[in-house]
Design a protein around this ligand. Structure first.
Ligand SMILES: CCCCCCC/C=C/C(=O)SCCNC(=O)CCNC(=O)[C@H](O)C(C)(C)COP(=O)(O)OP(=O)(O)OC[C@H]1O[C@@H](n2cnc3c(N)ncnc32)[C@H](O)[C@@H]1OP(=O)(O)O
Ligand SMILES: NC(=O)C1=CN([C@@H]2O[C@H](COP(=O)(O)OP(=O)(O)OC[C@H]3O[C@@H](n4cnc5c(N)ncnc54)[C@H](OP(=O)(O)O)[C@@H]3O)[C@@H](O)[C@H]2O)C=CC1
Length: 293
């Protein structure tokens, strides 16, 4: 019998691969950084000495993020901001610049998503997810770059993506299309802005369950009872593993990496079976009855 052991566990929470103080004096903007994966990324930057700027729509999310960052001893600014609105984004960067100086890192983490069969998706549902996930990401990157170009300073942008940018995402047509745009944007902007010292990279999380996941996404995940067993790694991701990847990409040790999208998912997105499992429609997976327009 061959023993399956899965991918080993990472170092304990609180460990860092980068030298302490790597981001001392650097302000890092993390959109959607008050919850879930954004907060996990903010946590690792804070541990390495960064000043943290959180931007999102809901004050309760911002306050949760602020408390977590302050507990780590980081300086933090939390700004109410809807990334669909370029003026609110400009306001966020102005507030950050006044508090900490021009942010050196932008993590475009905020996104929107819910599972829905494509034939049932309303035009406004499509527009909302694309507007937040794709347009909002571009507007934030644009604001960051314009300020750095004007100042003649370098910077680093990390766009959080999803692996269905490559594969398609049945049940998530809006989000998958938007994330494909986000990945493509990484490749374009990296070339446009490298001459000005701005790196642009993508970071794709695999399965990282967390308590802030929306009820819709949690409901979808709940359909697989043993989440570890669904992964080639035989385990899900630990939140700090994503944070470490983000801090590496934005660090001085990754200065020649730009236009790259790093997938942190234990090879899950490359899974294929020797024998195809039977096709189950998105409607059946979601327990929907027949389509009734
Ligand atoms: C199981 C595997 C999961 C893999 C996923 C992997 C990759 C990606 C993951 C993620 O992106 S996770 C991030 C998820 N987090 C969020 O989405 C947080 C923010 N989300 C929200 O604020 C809302 O959910 C929102 C709907 C996206 C936006 O809120 P807003 O207030 O701006 O919009 P609404 O006016 O409420 O709705 C707009 C539009 O959308 C329709 N709609 C909303 N929810 C659903 C739904 N569950 N199913 C179908 N349609 C939905 C809503 O009805 C509106 O349309 P109209 O009724 O006006 O036509
Ligand atoms: N969880 C997972 O397994 C995976 C996640 N991802 C990606 O990781 C990132 C984080 O996801 P996750 O932490 O799970 O999700 P969450 O729902 O916890 O986080 C989404 C964040 O985005 C913010 N946000 C949403 N809309 C807006 C808006 N219009 N303006 C400003 N902020 C907004 C929300 O804050 P507020 O409500 O306060 O505005 C929230 O903090 C996303 O890009 C997602 O696509 C990718 C693959 C898998």
């Amino acid at each position: 019998m061959t023993t399956t052991i899965g991918l080993p566990e990472p170092p304990a929470p609180g460990a860092t691969a980068l030298p302490p103080g790597t981001f001392a004096g650097v302000a890092v903007v993390i959109t959607g950084g008050g919850t879930g994966l954004g907060r996990a990324i903010a946590t690792e930057f804070a541990r390495l000495g960064a000043d943290i700027v959180l931007g999102s729509r809901k004050d309760e999310h911002l306050e949760a993020g602020r408390a977590a960052m302050e507990e780590l001893g980081a300086r933090v600014l939390a700004v109410n901001c809807d990334i669909r609105d370029p003026e609110q984004i400009a306001g966020l960067f102005t507030a950050a610049q006044e508090e900490f100086g021009l942010p050196g890192v932008l993590v475009n983490n905020a996104a929107a998503n819910f599972p829905v069969p494509a034939e049932e998706m309303s035009p406004n549902a499509w527009r909302t997810v694309v507007d937040i996930t794709l347009n909002g990401t571009f507007f934030c990157a644009r604001e960051f770059a314009r300020r750095h170009l004007a100042a003649g300073t370098p910077g680093s942008v990390i766009n959080i993506g999803a692996s269905y940018a490559w594969t398609g995402g049945p049940g998530f047509a809006h989000s998958a299309a938007a994330k494909a745009g986000v990945k493509n944007m990484v490749e374009t902007l990296a070339v446009e802005w490298s001459p000005y010292g701005i790196q642009v990279n993508g970071l794709v999380p695999g399965m990282f369950p967390h308590e802030d996941q929306t009820a819709d996404i949690k409901g979808n995940l709940a359909r697989s009872s043993d989440k570890d067993a669904t992964q080639p790694a035989l385990r899900v991701g630990r939140l700090r593993e994503l944070g470490w990847a983000a801090t590496f990409l934005a660090s001085p040790y990754a200065r020649f990496i730009s236009g790259h999208t790093l997938v942190v998912d234990g090879a899950n997105w490359q899974r294929r079976s020797l024998t195809n499992p039977a096709v189950v429609t998105v409607r059946d997976q979601m327990g929907r009855g027949p389509f009734n327009p």
